[in-house]
Ligand binder design. Structure first.
Ligand SMILES: Nc1nc2c(ncn2[C@@H]2O[C@H](COP(=O)(O)OP(=O)(O)OP(=O)(O)O)[C@@H](O)[C@H]2O)c(=O)[nH]1
Length: 579
């Protein structure tokens, strides 16, 4: 059983069957059911049909045999009747004439094994071939019954003639027809009898059973009224049988049935009955024609096997066709599902082209178009969102700028912030230049502030920053300006100083103020500051950024030289050296 993929696009293992496997399995199931149904129907109808055919065939054979037996017996009785009416036969005292006639008749009908005329006292007067002439036949049943009327005596072995007639492969058996010979006055002159050789019935059966029927095991069985088999297979010949078909035939019925015979095998048996009831010139024999069920049904079973073969070939072809069809149906969906998995793995990169156009069949094409449309609208939607986002960010930035404009001061210390410093510094420089006097900038950075944050907590760090700013504010003149740049960095503008020395002095004074302890919630603390000092002389170019940078550099110099000190800007030192 195949699975289209072991994992889905979500990465979860999947145990679902692939569509192709489902289609092929379902088709195979349908084909199997159809073949089974077909075989059941074939079995039912073929066997039924074969049974009906066999019954009909065997019943017809039984009729044919019955009619042939009846016809010959009737003919024999008619011959007896004709012979007894002949004047030459009636002249019983002149047997030569009668012998000529009966010899002639026997030549034409070899099945008449013996024809003879007996005188009323039971002496054979004339007989074919002179056999039994002069012998006493008073003990023979035909002689007694034949004196009164035309009669037929049932099958019996040859008593007197058995040794006189030529030897045959089968023992001599006769059916006798006899009748009285009377003169014009109705006086009995003798009895004429014909012994019909049983070979006649054997030949009839041989003639009726075509080679094909014989090959297929059809057998004709003639049964006397007492149940003794007169004609039939050697194992039951001259033995008594009792079968359903025999019982039905005895009731005068004709037909065919399936029955078990004494040999234990099942036969299809056709049955009928010869003669007419109450007629002394006919015999009531059951004529049974049988064929084993296996042989009778052989053609049906062969047909069944052929049908099975054809069905299996058909089923194989259909299953193969289903597999090909399933592949064709599934192919476009496979392409689509792979493309969808690809899109699922990199959704940002995928455009509508990531879903290929499939042309397998209408539904797949519709699905592919719909997916492409979905991705296209998703992309548009995303682009709209990005544009909206950008506009929102711009609006937020503008609003933030506006707000920053509104806030002139550092929130923590309440001192002017960097923006305010950068506005105030050019003004101070311009004022100093106008008055042709120097001004100065101090860049302060608290020493060891990080440790305060770490040991006393951020809140006390904030408090220290506020107190630090306030102390700067109260250590400078009112005309001077202190601003907080960021963190623990502060800048002081010394508005109008007389010279560098005054500026240095003020810086040193401020440093001394800042090294005094501060009182925080958790107790007193002492910190220092590194101060960078830069002076703007009246003749120098007014560049606030550069002035601030010079002070910043000087502050780093103070840090580098051991902290908690004032350092003069490098170029100021040179300037001082020059002056
Ligand atoms: N409590 C508080 N701390 C701040 C604020 N702004 C910055 N800081 C902290 O201030 C410290 C400043 O860093 P530094 O100047 O490198 O630390 P320092 O211990 O003073 O080091 P040196 O200057 O070399 O002596 C950092 O730990 C910042 O997190 C603030 O507004 N409040």
């Amino acid at each position: 059983m195949t699975h289209d993929s072991d994992t889905s696009s979500t990465g979860k293992p999947t145990r679902l069957l692939s569509l192709a496997t489902l289609i092929v399995s379902f088709t195979c199931l349908i084909v199997a059911i159809t073949v089974l149904l077909q075989l059941t129907l074939v079995d039912h109808f073929a066997i039924r049909h074969a049974t009906v055919e066999a019954k009909l065939r065997l019943e017809q054979l039984s009729w044919q045999m019955r009619d042939s037996l009846d016809r010959t017996l009737e003919q024999t009785v008619r011959d007896v009747h004709l012979l007894t009416a002949l004047p030459a036969v009636r002249r019983i005292d002149h047997p030569a004439d009668a012998r000529g006639i009966i010899d002639n008749l026997q030549r034409n009908f070899p099945n008449y094994a013996w024809i003879g005329i007996a005188t009323p006292d039971g002496k054979v007067q004339a007989a074919t071939g002179g056999l039994l002439e002069g012998r006493d036949v008073t003990a023979r049943p035909w002689f007694h019954a034949g004196q009164r009327e035309l009669i037929v005596e049932d099958y019996h072995p040859a008593i007197l003639l058995g040794k006189l007639l030529p030897r045959m492969p089968d023992p001599w058996r006769f059916v006798d027809a006899a009748g009285p010979i009377s003169d014009a006055d109705g006086k009995l002159r003798g009895v004429l009898a014909i012994h019909l050789s049983w070979d006649w019935a054997r030949s009839l059966a041989q003639g009726l059973l075509t080679p094909a029927l014989r090959d297929f095991g059809a057998e004709i069985i003639v049964v006397r009224g007492d149940g003794v088999v007169l004609l039939g297979p050697a194992d039951i010949l001259e033995k008594r049988i009792a079968t359903d078909s025999l019982a039905l035939a005895r009731q005068g019925k004709t037909g065919a049935l399936m029955e078990r015979w004494p040999d234990g095998r099942t036969y299809v048996t056709g049955y009928s009955l010869t003669g007419h009831s109450g007629d002394r010139t006919s015999l009531r024999w059951a004529v049974l024609v049988r064929q084993t069920e296996a042989v009778a049904m052989a053609s049906a079973h062969a047909f069944e096997r052929r049908a099975l073969g054809v069905s299996l070939v058909l089923a194989t072809v259909l299953a193969a066709a289903a597999a090909v069809l399933a592949r064709r149906i599934v192919a476009p969906f496979k392409v689509l599902s792979h493309a969808i998995e690809h899109v699922a793995h990199a959704p940002d990169k995928a455009g509508p082209a990531a879903i290929p156009e499939v042309h397998g069949f209408h539904e797949a094409q519709v699905l592919s178009d719909a997916l492409r449309g979905l991705i296209r609208s998703e992309r548009n939607h995303q682009a709209d969102l990005e544009r909206m986002n950008a506009r929102l960010e711009d609006a937020v930035a503008a609003r933030t700028a506006e707000l920053q404009q509104l806030l002139m001061r550092d929130v923590l210390t309440g001192l002017p912030n960097r923006r305010a410093l950068m506005q105030a510094l050019p003004e101070a420089m311009a004022r100093a230049a106008r008055l042709k006097r120097p001004c100065a900038v101090m860049f302060l950075d608290m020493d060891g502030f990080k440790t305060v944050n770490d040991t006393r907590g951020h809140e006390e760090g904030d408090e220290l920053l506020r107190q630090f700013g306030t102390r700067i504010l109260y250590s400078i003149r009112e005309t001077d300006l202190v601003a907080r740049l960021a963190g623990d960095e502060f800048v002081v503008i010394l508005d109008l100083v007389n010279d560098r020395q005054e500026a240095e002095h003020k810086a040193q004074f401020l440093l001394s103020q800042l090294t005094r302890p501060f009182v925080l919630g958790s107790g007193g603390i002492q910190v220092g500051a590194s101060i960078g000092l830069a002076i703007q002389h009246p003749h120098q170019v007014q560049d606030p950024t550069r002035l601030l940078a010079r002070a910043d550099q000087a502050m780093y110099q103070a840090k580098g030289s051991g902290k908690n000190r004032v350092a003069l800007a490098f170029d100021e030192i040179e300037h001082a050296g020059a002056s």
